[in-house]
Design a protein around this ligand. Structure first.
Ligand code: ATP
Ligand code: MG
Length: 352
């Protein structure tokens, strides 16, 4: 059975790192006897110019029909208003494909320096559909409004259903890891109802996983502890915005955004997506680090039931990262994007 993937190149450095990623996915699938077909579609500024929207309906339909999506970064902060076609493709896909979980590993590489000199190996499991980002699914009106001039209110939606789904995803992931520890991030001492519901729901799910050691950590304390002792953290379960902020912190502590992979998934669909944005400052120069999206694609292949192909990519990526000649300048390397990609490709051809 052929694996059907859809690649969406996006903006900025998107086309460069997406091309690199697709080449490596094809090579790894070839080498592990997985038949793969990758089709492409335009999103972002290219789609806006041609179709008047940054994410055409047809692309959403094709994403739904595919087994998985490789999503390049988009410059949604620079898009025109929604009324002029400037939707955030990433947000639209999360909702359309019901991707409740955003899995964000932060793993340092022995050859790449980290800011504090400490090794990092944690996975942030971020709720992906609600919290402060719930303007996409508030049925009762806009999530932000000004009741009177000079006062703005913002609503944050937490549901038992999504809290349970993200907790179950997080605990299932923890079961597959060696450390078997979960940290639940919250601020239930202040946000008693919303974070209280989240925390109570996670506690309930935790009862089903007696093998896992659970720690409840306040968001502010978590930020300090990430820097002081990242080895304390294994799987970190968080609501949407806390997870977003903590994962930037964790990826920086692990060696930089260029390494930061992620997978969005629900029960039926999955999307590989780098944690960073479109880095317009680096676009078109062949110097962006493709590791983030390559690592994301490896997560996607693993999620779709092709662990051998995933391991092949990850091992080849780790090998390239270990030498400064085959990694990009953001990691104090000297390779161009294309050179790093070629090095990974040759490691894949060498086999595991
Ligand atoms: P956007 O508005 O799309 O989020 P941005 O300018 O905020 O774009 P980010 O992608 O969020 O850019 O990243 C911030 C900075 O981190 C970039 O300007 C870039 O210097 C660096 N960076 C991010 N991703 C990479 C990468 N893959 N390789 C090298 N450097 C990167
Ligand atoms: Mg950004």
């Amino acid at each position: 059975m052929t694996l059907h993937l859809l690649a969406l190149a996006g903006d900025g450095i998107g086309p460069e790192i997406t091309r690199a990623t697709c080449d490596l996915v094809r090579a790894a699938c070839d080498a592990s006897d997985v038949e793969v077909s990758i089709s492409e579609a335009e999103i972002g500024f290219d789609a806006l110019e041609r179709y008047g929207t940054t994410i055409p309906e047809d692309v959403i339909a094709r994403a739904k029909a595919a087994d998985g999506v490789i999503l390049g970064p988009v410059s949604h902060n620079a898009y025109p208003p929604i009324s002029e076609g400037g939707l955030n493709p990433s947000g639209v896909l999360r909702k359309a494909l019901n991707l409740h979980a955003n899995i964000r590993p932060a793993r340092s590489h022995p050859a790449v320096a980290t800011p504090t000199g400490q090794a990092v190996d944690m996975v942030i499991v971020r709720e992906n559909l609600e919290g402060f980002y719930a303007d996409r699914n508030m049925e009762h009106g806009p999530a932000e409004f000004m009741p009177v001039p000079g006062v703005a209110l913002s609503m944050r939606r937490i549901t038992e259903a999504n809290s349970r789904a993200i907790a179950e995803t997080g605990y299932a992931l923890a079961m597959r890891r060696t450390a078997k520890r979960v940290a639940v991030i919250h601020k239930a001492n202040v946000l008693r109802q919303s974070d209280g519901l989240f925390l109570d729901t996670v506690r309930d799910v935790a009862k089903g996983f007696p093998e896992i050691e659970t720690e409840e950590v306040l968001i502010d304390a978590a930020a300090a502890l990430f820097v002081r002792d990242p080895s304390r953290f294994d799987v970190v379960i968080a609501t949407n915005m806390y997870g977003d902020i903590l994962s930037d912190l964790a990826s920086e502590l692990a060696g930089g955004l260029g390494l930061a992979a992620s997978l969005n998934h629900g029960t039926g669909h999955a999307v590989a997506q780098a944690q960073h944005g479109s880095a317009p400052d680096l676009a078109g120069q062949d110097i962006a680090n493709p590791a983030s999206l390559i690592g994301s694609a490896a997560m996607l292949l693993d999620h779709l039931g092709h662990p051998a192909a995933a391991r092949l990519i990850q091992a080849a990526l780790d090998a390239a990262l270990s030498r400064s000649e085959t990694r990009t300048p953001d990691l104090r390397g000297t390779a161009r994007t294309s050179e790093m990609t070629a090095a990974i490709l040759s490691h894949i051809s060498d086999g595991p």
